[in-house]
Design a protein around this ligand. Structure first.
Ligand SMILES: [Fe+2]
Ligand SMILES: [Fe+2]
Length: 216
């Protein structure tokens, strides 16, 4: 068993062999994720490890990503075959566990699901996914991502749902397919949001409240 610090050092060293642009993106994501970690009371060392791990295979050629995914026994859909880049998170999660001896299951889930999301995500996975989407370079290009960053400070689940809506609009606008794994996640988030909205009030209604009885 190795310490998180040793795992992080080994993962960071990998970036010496990867493009500078990718390392710079990962540095921006790590900074953004540390900031969210503080807000949401997450261990900064675990967040740092997941942030550095998330894009280890992002710059690998598509044929290599397909080969590695097959080797690792990762399920591959038709959408993945058309766009093997979608496999870089799942590949990284397997390699981090097997080669870098990372045993933090939640950090590994954060790496695996950072591109598409998942129906159930631990806090650290929500933080990594969102930090990856609105790191400074990306939010500079799109004002919606600046709003998403503000929202993530108040409510991570609503921020995820808004990101999924934004992504849906992007996909329909450009004629891109929706990945089935993302669609499964999105469907769950929408259902949870509706259940949450339909919950009875936490406190009994107060007749002195100007909203009593509730407006139709
Ligand atoms: Fe990525
Ligand atoms: Fe990324």
């Amino acid at each position: 068993m190795t310490s998180i610090a040793a795992q992080l050092a080994a993962v960071r060293a990998e970036y010496e062999r990867l493009p500078d642009g990718l390392r710079q993106h990962v540095e921006r994501v790590a900074a953004e994720a540390r900031d969210l970690a503080l807000r949401w009371d997450l261990d900064p060392a675990r967040v740092e490890l997941a942030a550095w791990g998330h894009d280890l295979f992002r710059a690998h050629p598509p044929a290599e990503q397909l080969r590695l995914a097959e080797e690792a026994g990762i399920p591959i859909t038709d959408v993945d075959r058309r766009e093997p880049v979608l496999l870089h998170g799942p590949i990284a999660a397997v390699v981090l566990r097997e080669r870098f001896r990372v045993t933090d299951d939640e950090a590994l889930a954060a790496v695996r699901d950072h591109t598409l999301g998942a129906p159930e995500m631990p806090l650290i996975a929500k933080v990594i996914l969102l930090a990856d989407k609105f790191e400074p370079r990306k939010r500079k290009r799109d004002p919606v991502l600046r709003q998403l960053r503000r929202l993530a400070r108040r409510d991570l689940d609503t921020a995820l749902l808004c990101w999924a809506d934004w992504k849906w609009v992007q996909e329909r606008t450009h004629g891109w397919a929706s990945h089935p794994a993302h669609w499964a996640a999105r469907t769950r988030w929408v259902r949870e949001h509706r259940l949450d909205r339909a919950m009875p009030p936490i406190l009994p209604l107060d007749p002195a409240d100007p909203d009593f009885p509730p407006a139709e």
